[in-house]
Design a protein around this ligand. Structure first.
Ligand SMILES: NC(=O)c1ccc[n+]([C@@H]2O[C@H](COP(=O)([O-])OP(=O)(O)OC[C@H]3O[C@@H](n4cnc5c(N)ncnc54)[C@H](OP(=O)(O)O)[C@@H]3O)[C@@H](O)[C@H]2O)c1
Length: 367
């Protein structure tokens, strides 16, 4: 190894540790020779990449002391004691050459590594159709292991198949957000198979259109129980686990009706207004534990839930008129915002309601 080579141990110890401590250099030399057989080249690649990220201020906290799950050890790298640098699993992964990867397809080509979700597990409740299924796919494409769930086992199996096709780990477990025990069982099943949960998406929802004067109490209560109480129950069950681990990303699904009155869906509006408030309240309560709680605000997207309300109706036409982009959203268009909120790139974002709505919330007069 020439002294001019950036990968020389001496250069590395200075770059990484920021100190010319000979003890550290000797230790680094020892570690390098130990890993020589098992891919010292890979090891150096990772260390160098990580050090560049710390130097460039891209990474803002230090790596875990234990070995990375890929089997490549980083724990003996000398790290500046007072460094606030931390390296997410995603960053390690993006540094891994193909030879260092396990059988699973970990490789995600992401220009901005903090957006990568590799080595994170996402649970998407209401993830078996419509918006939730699109988000499950997006999260899996960004590298996460994804557990899409809902009440019906056939739908769950189908969604799980889609995640598997994308090369991510998953499992089939039904869940009903009206029942605390069901959510608890979901969490325990995921922990038993996948180890931990970093991301929760609350996408279960229901609506019914009817004049409020005629609206049956039982339907009002049902909408509140799924949309609001169900979101709260899932937040509570999963947040306990996230708080213990001092890391979490919760993404609730709010709605335009969190902000606007929509005709003859008062129960839905009330429930989604409350989801927005709940999101902010939980964000304030759990920020201290590293758990970020945000909400996605989809504009008008055509799904099973609302197709009858939109297709060829005056209501559908009015929505289009009010949307500056003059079209309904596509399900896939929600994935990018969700990946961001689920990622380490959103480490300072909490209590935010992120609208992906073609401009409808911004619009006043459109013609
Ligand atoms: N579509 C839009 O334009 C739009 C706009 C803004 C917000 N949203 C919101 O986005 C979310 C998803 O809507 P969508 O249009 O994608 O609806 P969807 O296609 O009907 O999907 C609803 C999902 O929730 C699950 N679900 C329903 N009740 C559940 C329960 N009690 N426990 C667990 N899972 C349950 C469903 O599976 P099972 O039936 O098998 O349980 C399904 O996976 C809803 O919260 C909705 O309010 C939709």
């Amino acid at each position: 190894m020439s002294s001019g080579d950036d990968s020389s141990p001496q250069r590395m110890s200075r770059t990484i540790g920021g100190e010319s401590c000979s003890v550290k250099e000797k230790k680094l030399n020892r570690d390098l020779s130990k890993t020589q057989k098992r891919g010292a080249k890979c090891w150096r690649t990772i260390v160098l990449r990580w050090s560049r990220l710390v130097k460039g201020g891209v990474v803002n906290s230090r790596p875990p002391k234990g070995s990375v799950r890929s089997g490549i050890k980083l724990k003996k790298v000398s790290v500046q004691k007072d460094s606030t640098a931390k390296c997410s699993g995603a960053l390690y992964n993006s540094a891994l050459p193909t030879s260092a990867k396990t059988k699973r397809n970990y490789r995600v080509v992401m220009g901005y590594p903090l957006l990568e979700l590799t080595r994170k597990t996402a649970v998407v409740i209401g993830g078996t159709s419509g918006i939730g299924l699109a988000l499950s796919k997006g999260l899996a494409q960004a590298g996460a292991d994804v557990v899409p769930t809902g009440r019906r086992s056939e739908q769950v199996q189908a969604a799980v198949g889609i995640v598997e096709e994308l090369g991510r780990r998953t499992l089939a477990q039904t869940c009903d957000v009206r029942d605390n025990a069901s959510i608890e069982t979901l969490l325990q099943t995921v922990l038993a198979k996948l180890g931990s949960v970093q991301i929760l998406v609350n996408c279960a929802g229901w609506t019914k259109r009817m004049p409020t004067l005629d609206f049956p109490d039982v339907d009002w209560e049902s909408i509140m129980d799924i949309n609001l109480n169900g979101t709260m129950r899932a937040c509570r069950v999963f947040a306990r686990h996230m708080i213990e681990r001092r890391y979490g990303r919760i993404i609730n699904i709010a709605s335009l009706s969190s902000f606007l009155g929509l005709y003859e869906v008062a129960a839905y509006c009330a429930s989604k207004g409350a989801v927005a408030s709940l999101t902010k309240a939980l964000a304030v309560e759990w920020a201290q534990y590293g758990v970020c709680v945000n909400a996605l605000v989809p504009g008008v997207l055509r799904t099973d839930l609302n197709a009858a309300l939109l297709d060829g109706t005056e209501r559908g036409k009015e929505f289009l008129l009010r949307t500056p982009m003059r079209r309904f959203g596509k399900l896939d268009e929600l994935a990018g915002a969700t990946i961001f909120l689920a990622s380490d790139a959103a480490s300072f974002v909490t209590g935010h309601l992120l609208a992906v709505d073609g401009g409808i919330l911004a619009s006043g007069v459109n013609q």
